[in-house]
Design a protein around this ligand. Structure first.
Ligand code: GLA
Length: 326
């Protein structure tokens, strides 16, 4: 059987998000099909630093050891985010917001600790995740970062990361990345950073897509537009939900034949687009490995199972796999 990483070796890396369980259950698939991994949650702030000054790198260290043993690269995810960052990080002993200077100092120390630890070993970092607003004209998502530091928190984060590992590729990563309005905000944000000589090397397109959304034209427009910036693009968190946005059904215990068929068609088309932009795309990462586990189980609809990947819950290739690998 052809493998994913073989099939695309001239074009881009093929990645998977992993966690402790996936590392146990899907070692063989990981070794066979993927040449990149990302920790699903285990490098996020609240996971590696749950309490002030208390860093725990056990899981990411294990993931990286596995990756290095098998010639697999590792992306780092993620240094700065409005989510999964503990509240104490932004507060002083009295529970008030720290000053801009203090938060920059803490940010520097965090990035320095994490990025230096994996210097030369983690090949790319999602430095800032999801800083752009989904709403209308608003460019920056309001957060503790914008509130305390201001809009230039991104510039600092990238500078600190670059200083800690000058060879790591540094990414801005976001979702709804093909939406034309948000796309232009991301484009302008990154263009501005480049104009200010901020060390940013890539845009991460999360690609949490579905059978019905986004339209191929919208994806192509986004790939084209982002490519104009002359940076590399990573597809960072790809999954293809079998449900339409407003479909709230919870009764399915397996995907319907129609879902599997449509999903195969979608995946084939997505990868055709990726191949058309292969000069600009250097990695395509799925946000999981098999349908046994996905963050989309129970989200956004409680009690609902989803089947977004190329391998079914028993790690058997689905119709989508064969269409992608063709
Ligand atoms: C965002 C984050 C990921 C992950 C997903 C949901 O896309 O970037 O780290 O939390 O949400 O799993």
């Amino acid at each position: 059987m052809k493998t994913l990483k073989e099939r695309f070796k001239q074009q881009f890396l093929i990645g998977a998000a992993v966690n402790g369980n996936i590392m146990k259950e899907n070692q063989d698939l990981l070794k066979m099909h993927y040449n990149s991994i990302t920790a699903e949650n285990e490098m996020k702030f609240e996971e590696i630093c749950p309490e002030p000054g208390l860093y725990n790198f056990e899981l990411p260290d294990q993931f990286l050891a596995f990756a290095e043993e098998h010639g697999i690269g590792m992306r780092g995810h993620t240094l700065v985010w409005h989510n999964q960052t503990p509240a104490w990080f932004f507060m002083d002993d009295e529970g008030n917001d720290v000053s801009r200077e203090e938060l920059l100092k803490r940010l520097h120390s965090h990035i320095n600790t994490v990025v230096k630890r994996y210097r030369g070993r983690v090949y790319a970092w999602d430095v800032v995740n999801e800083a752009v607003s989904d709403h209308g004209e608003e460019v920056y998502r309001p957060s503790k970062w914008t509130e305390i530091i201001g809009e230039d928190f991104l510039d600092y984060a990238f500078q600190y990361a670059h200083e800690a590992d000058p060879n790591a590729l540094l990414f801005y990563n976001d979702y709804n990345e093909t939406n034309p309005v948000k796309r232009e905000k991301i484009y302008r944000l990154v263009k501005g950073m480049l104009a200010r000589n901020v060390p940013i090397h890539g845009i991460g397109l999360q690609a949490h897509w579905s059978l019905y959304h986004p339209a191929y034209e919208e994806i192509e427009e986004a790939l084209k537009r982002y490519s104009e910036l002359g940076l590399t693009l990573h597809i960072t968190e790809m999954d293809v939900s079998v449900y339409a946005f407003d479909d709230k059904r919870t009764d399915l215990v397996k995907p319907t034949e129609e879902m599997l068929h449509l999903q195969a068609e979608r995946y084939e088309h997505f990868f055709k687009l990726f191949e058309a932009y292969a000069e600009n795309i250097s990695a395509v990462t799925f946000w999981g490995v098999t349908d046994n586990y996905t963050w989309l189980n129970n989200f956004p609809v409680k009690g609902r199972k989803n089947w977004p990947f190329l391998f079914d819950a028993n790690a058997v290739p689905k119709p989508a796999f064969y269409r992608v690998i063709k």
